[in-house]
Ligand binder design. Sequence first.
Ligand code: NAD
Length: 434
Amino acid sequence: MKFNKICVLGLGYIGLPTASTFAAHGVKVVGVDVNPDIVDILRRGDIHIHEPGLRETYKTALASGNLTVTGRPEEADAYLITVPTPFHEDRSGEYNGQKYKLADMRAVISATEAILPFLRKGNLVVLESTSPPRTTLELVAPILARSGLKAGRDFHLVYSPERVLPGQILRELIENARVIGGVTPESAQAGADLYSIFVKGEIIKTDATSAEMVKLMENTYRDVNIAIANEFARLADKFGVDIWETIRLANRHPRVKILNPGPGVGGHCISVDPWFFVEAAPELTPLIYNARRVNDAQPRYVVEMIRRELGSLKDKKIAALGLAYKPDVDDLRESPAVEVVHALQNEGAKVKAWEPFKPDAKLPGIDMAPSLDDALKDCDVIILLVRHTEFVNLKPSEISAATRARLIFDTVNGWNANEWRTAGFQVARLGVGK
Ligand SMILES: NC(=O)c1ccc[n+]([C@@H]2O[C@H](COP(=O)([O-])OP(=O)(O)OC[C@H]3O[C@@H](n4cnc5c(N)ncnc54)[C@H](O)[C@@H]3O)[C@@H](O)[C@H]2O)c1
């Protein structure tokens, strides 16, 4: 199938790089976002998210004349849905007295409905948003059927999960293997034709529900494995050993690959997607459910450790380094670092947070420092919450001169404890029992 023009709905971390990459490969792209502020920023030639290389790719796409940005879809050969699929903040499900989170599919529903007036025979519709199993068949297809056209007969419908790593999105979009799940084999082929415009990784065709499962299994696998690393860290604390060293040794086993513990799991994917399985089948998912609970409890565990170290948190002045949900990104969604800061404050601590990737972020109830120096200058304790490269590279001797704090608490194994001790700091680390 040939694609002269495509329409990408949702211009965030996934949609904007995807739209820009298609445009940079010669396809006419209409990028659509319902947020007028985002449309304004993009139309000015600026971008609203931090992702290495995105600004350049976006500018190239705009300059080529292939990419336009607007608030409404237009007629096109293919429609890509890249809108958010968070969980509901205010609603939850319950199974056997245990609460679980529910997927908020409103953006997928409204984006699908927005395509309806433009859908024509022979078109391709692709859902990229991470979604609960059977969403393509049972949510998207029925909405599109309101056009009078049937998925798989009159137009192609595909689920194709996005598995890029934030920080490396532009490279991984092109190089990663791509799973294309069609509602029919012909739909899968149409999806493969579309992505082969720029994908250099393997393109693997399957059915839509398998593709949905693949994406959820990938993120759930990581969540469960991080949960066990977090439990191992708690055990290491209890038994007086160093979790980082024991993981290093355990990973010398040829068939063991334990992930790293930390202050919790965040972001728009791993901390959200396992709930989609739990919601779909709570009776079948006790392990997935409990892994989520372990990881969700980890910020609280970190705060307990800090309290243990300090005696009391009341009126302690704390510099919190990093608020992003993982290293070297500006994404603060579901970030455990943010939760740690809130929990410290609830215990009476006075926290100043420094996030170099989003220094202007306005987070309710969080005192954002305008600079690292400002965060450090008047604090009693420094807590490392995110392994940003620039934090890892900090020189303990320089920090020593910039603060009166003499205690650091490292939750991500970002710092060499001996170097900090030599510079006069007392060092506490997650997963390192005394
Ligand atoms: N961010 C990641 O690293 C990543 C990785 C893999 C998969 N995903 C999945 O991709 C999807 C998108 O995630 P994201 O991080 O790009 O989200 P995002 O919040 O960065 O961007 C989504 C954009 O969609 C817009 N939007 C909402 N409703 C819309 C509608 N009806 N029509 C048009 N635009 C609409 C929003 O204004 C926003 O700009 C999610 O399902 C996510 O789980 C994300």
